[in-house]
Ligand binder design. Structure first.
Ligand code: PEP
Length: 255
């Protein structure tokens, strides 16, 4: 059975005090996560260590960073390495978010190296893919996402690919309030699984968790989560409030 994963991407939001308050409020609502459900907080780097201490010994709750550099270490002012993230308690790292691709010009090749370096340090990559609106309108979304996966993930061995979480996030749905329909999400998730089956095996395709992201909230989460190939969500704006994020976590339980 694939794990169900609800991951909150805080982006560049929350000071240390605000972040600690949010995490404590979410934890206060759950004695434990719903069965087979993993909850991940993807927080800004300066908050990682303090939040890691709050999450310690809370089963089912994990910590993520939102990026890491593709080199092990060196003269890259302002950057953060995979080893550093592990040293402050991160277990996951978001890679290839569309905001990083768009504003920081991250390339397929860099992302392939980031995935490799993250795995080398036992960080689980949450690898984001997804098409912009113009591509969707031309009905080219399936080959567009296939290219992203081939270019940045399919260099991995089968064993390593099984350590990756994929997040499908249509760019036109991120932060816009326009959610993909359940049918659109299911179509893409099934297509991703088929690609993985073709390149690796159907066992691996069935094992790999694929999350949906893009204006997912407490109202639409359970419908999206009911799709057979949707294994949870990567949640942006709606992860910034404890009540909303907790309701999304509960939606995982109700599917
Ligand atoms: C995201 O940025 O990963 C995201 C899904 O954002 P939002 O939920 O705000 O659309």
């Amino acid at each position: 059975m694939r794990p169900f994963i609800v991951a909150g991407n805080w982006k560049m939001n929350k000071t240390l005090e605000e972040g600690l308050t949010l995490v404590r409020e979410v934890l206060a609502r759950f004695e434990r996560t719903p069965p087979n459900t993993t909850v991940v907080f993807a927080v800004p780097c300066p908050l990682l260590q303090a939040i890691s201490e709050v999450l310690r010994e809370r089963q089912g709750f994990y910590l993520a960073a939102q990026n890491c550099h593709h080199e092990e270490q060196g003269a890259y002012t302002g950057e953060v390495s995979a080893a550093m993230l592990v040293s402050v308690g991160a277990q996951y790292v978001i890679l290839g978010h569309s905001e990083r691709r768009q504003y920081f010009r991250e390339t397929h090749e860099q992302l392939a190296r980031k995935v490799t370096v993250a795995l080398r340090h036992n960080l689980t990559p949450i690898f984001c893919c997804g098409e912009p609106l113009a591509v969707r309108e031309r009905n080219h979304h399936l080959p567009y996402v296939a290219r992203q996966l081939r270019a940045s993930l399919f260099h991995l061995s089968e064993t390593d690919l099984r350590r990756v979480v994929i997040a499908y996030e249509p760019v036109w749905a991120i932060g816009t309030g326009k959610t993909a329909s359940s049918a659109q999400a299911q179509e893409m998730h099934a297509a991703i699984r088929q690609l993985v089956a073709k390149r690796y095996s159907s066992e691996t395709a069935q094992a790999i968790p694929i999350l949906y992201g893009g204006s997912c909230n407490a109202q639409n989460a359970s419908q999206l989560f009911q799709q057979p190939d949707v294994d949870g969500g990567l949640i942006g704006g709606a992860s910034l409030r404890a009540d909303e994020f907790s309701a999304i976590i509960c939606a995982a339980r109700s599917t």
